[in-house]
Design a protein around this ligand. Sequence first.
Ligand code: BGP
Length: 487
Amino acid sequence: MTKTLKGFPQNFLWGGATAANQLEGAFDVDGKGLSSADMIAYVPKAERKNDHAIEISSERLEDILAGKVNARFPKREGVDFYHRYKEDIALFAEMGFKVFRMSIHWSRIFPNGYDAEPNEAGLQFYDNVFDELRKYGIEPLVTLSHYETPLGLTQKYNGWLGREVVDHYVKYAETVFTRYKDKVKYWMTFNEINMLLHLPFLGAGLVFQEGENVKQIQYQAAHHQLVASALAVKACHEIIPDAKIGCMLAAGSFYPYTCNPEDVYQGMEKDRESYFFIDVQSRGEYPGYAKRFFKDHGLNIEMESGDAAILKDHTVDYIGFSYYSSRTTSTDPEVVKNMTSGNVFGSVANPYLDKSEWGWTIDPKGFRITANQLHDRYQKPLFVVENGFGANDVVSPEGEVNDDYRIDYLKRHIAEMGEALQDGVEIIGYTSWGPIDIVSASSGEMKKRYGYIYVDRDNEGNGSLKRIKKKSFHWYKNVIHSDGENL
Ligand code: BGP
């Protein structure tokens, strides 16, 4: 396989990544039910935990469902891909996309999550989207659940805490594998499965009562997701033998703030908190450090007799991951005080690195470090399924968006990814996050834009939804056409 100067193979899958709940809109039409992600619109920013997460108490959820809480734009409306997908896919094709990451909105297929029969209108919508993508030779890469647990499962079982949800998820997976087996060859089971520990409602549809043991509930729900993921791998291999199905984590290595072994050990511990999920999905068993963690914290995870064999026999084909930044950790209380409020992983500021206007550290070298560490740990192909730069883009009076800052971020990160490839790391492809402006997952805002394509819509929902090619649109088109050589 010939590699270009930057180290990209010619069959490298360049593209972009989205999520149904942030992209599609049409949150309650054609039979679709509500999902956890649809709820972000109901939670005022002030009520959010450390500004990054959304947590909804069971009382708040009851108020919302009773219609006592007004949803504010924009999350539920997305950018109306549901009606504009042909126009948007034509723009992706114009850039030369080889792959397009998207999720199927689970509650478009099974509105409550536990319905006996699937919703045909939902199935038909994704048939249309996959047909449109394949018309341009673009491979769909489909996430089965991207923070999109049907709300009915929260109401009936408290989300993934209920063991019954495993069966509902597997039924959903089997339904879409069977329906799209000739159109979709790349699948992922969960988006950023490790975020369950930081965003339990978004990640697993969990709501909590006062005084409950949060860790016990989170790791019990995690076990159910891990078993469900393995069963989805099994079903995918049976129904679509030539497909590749992977897991996915929100990655970004932890750096110790000093060479104090306490800092180094804490960095390893914090990395393991995320790697735990991937260790199980890639190696097929619970690692010793996790068993010790459960024991030390008095957690008793209920497992069924066949679970160990399921995990062992159905491990993933590749490791998907998102990379936005590295993280830094310190055991020194004085240093911890510098902890940046906007980081859901509790990272402290890294004095050697700049940050975005949302406080996200910018560390291209960390991308190469993280990719190498993941490859060393798992010895399986990687897929970079999120990387990007959120910014409050402005349209000039001439109608242009000169996002040089985004080109700079992406150029530096893609170059480091090329270095990782030349280090021997096997990477299937790169789908940068949000190729078209979509709603921010953490902030629920439109103004945190990632796209190569600007969408005329603001935080309050005003705008024509007109699409505008940014400067980065033409830059990324050239990157793809040169196989990563012209950055
Ligand atoms: C990841 C999510 C994506 C996306 C991304 C950017 O965690 O998988 O859905 O939103 O974060 O985050 P944000 O949109 O909050 O800037």
